[in-house]
Design a protein around this ligand. Structure first.
Ligand code: DAH
Length: 343
């Protein structure tokens, strides 16, 4: 029977075409061509009606065997193709589990906060506790109680932001916190560090801004001398800037201290030789300080005949600038990630 030869040919053609199938798309194309509705073996089934009645079971059986053979070959090749695809993807998408992972993007503390915390640590070891006081202050605490009466020319040292109520203002320094701390703790001896934002209505530039952080230091007790002030502040400066830098106190004037001084550290850049950063002087100013004025002690609730104390005021921003050679104070507030990432 001719048709049996044809079926044998269909089987051989199918199996040989399957030899060149190596991937999923080719396999699917082969399935459609050789086992799909219009595949040759399927056409044999549909042509069966034309054959003689007694030949039909023979043709049907033979066609069925070809179909089963092709299906079995398809299943076998599908397995091979699948395995090959897996091997290829293992090769191509190789994972080196020993490679270091990607570092997660992680924030950090601002350099001024880091500096501030280091200052707290140093002062904390010396027995000072952090005491917070408000940014919005009374004229009385900011000036009058600090021995700066109304209309006194010393008020010109600060360019003040007043609110609509002239007796309420944005503190120009952290010194009013001294009054608050003293009034809370008098007559007990105290050692406090008073941090916070201060505000001055002045021209901003590379060295100063209208808003800045300050830390005030206050110690009140018995037998506190200028020697205690000097030793405490020098120790602080050495812990912040390193043992090798010299410090000096220069006489100065503040209404709330008597005597008053300013502390300089040896220029961190040129070590005293004189350079652009220290404007040739070899020294950099880091704080104002002095012995608490008797009037201020009195206003805080301490008897100035029994108590003495010292105070100081300094900027962590400025200290950070000196320690890290930051040139423009405005970098601290512009939040440029390229700047912040360095610390
Ligand atoms: N309050 C001063 C200022 O902002 C700084 C200062 C100087 C604070 C001397 C003090 C001090 O406690 O004793 O300019």
């Amino acid at each position: 029977m001719e048709i049996l030869d044809e079926l044998e040919q269909i089987r051989r053609d199918g199996l040989s075409a399957l030899q060149s199938v190596t991937d999923e798309p080719a396999l699917e194309a082969w399935r459609v061509a050789h086992l799909g509705r219009s595949a040759p073996v399927m056409q044999v089934f549909s042509r069966m009606g034309q054959a003689a009645k007694e030949q039909r079971p023979i043709i049907g059986q033979a066609a069925n065997q070809v179909k089963l053979a092709l299906e079995a070959a398809l299943a076998e090749t599908a397995q091979v193709v699948k395995e090959a695809a897996l091997q290829r993807s293992l090769q191509a998408e190789r994972l080196d589990v020993s490679l270091p992972g990607r570092r997660p993007v992680q924030g950090r503390l601002h350099i001024e906060t880091q500096t501030l915390r280091e200052m707290y640590r140093v002062f904390g070891e010396m027995g000072f506790q952090v005491y917070r006081s408000p940014d919005v202050e009374s004229d009385d605490n900011n000036f009058t109680a600090l021995n700066i009466p109304a209309h006194h020319p010393a008020r010109d040292m600060w360019d003040t932001f007043y609110t609509a109520n002239p007796s309420v203002l944005l503190r120009t320094h952290t010194s009013p916190g001294q009054i608050r701390a003293m009034r809370q703790f008098a007559p007990d001896p105290i050692r406090v560090a008073l941090p916070g934002m201060c505000y001055r209505y002045e021209q901003a530039g590379a060295r100063k801004d209208i808003q800045f952080m300050q830390v005030e230091l206050l110690a009140v007790g018995y037998n506190i001398t200028f020697g205690d002030l000097k030793g405490t502040l020098r120790d602080f400066a050495q812990r912040m800037f390193g043992e090798r830098l010299r410090t000096r106190l220069r006489p100065s004037y503040f209404p709330f201290t008597e005597p008053s001084a300013e502390m300089d550290v040896e220029c961190v850049i040129c070590h005293g030789k004189g350079c652009g950063v220290c404007k040739g002087s070899g020294w950099l100013e880091i704080m104002g300080c002095g012995m608490v004025h008797p009037v201020v002690l009195q206003n805080g609730g301490y008897d100035p005949s029994r108590f003495t104390g010292f105070a100081a005021g300094m900027g962590p921003g400025r200290i950070a600038m000196l320690r890290h050679a930051i040139e423009d104070i405005r970098s601290l507030y512009t939040n440029d990630i390229r700047f912040l990432e360095q610390f």
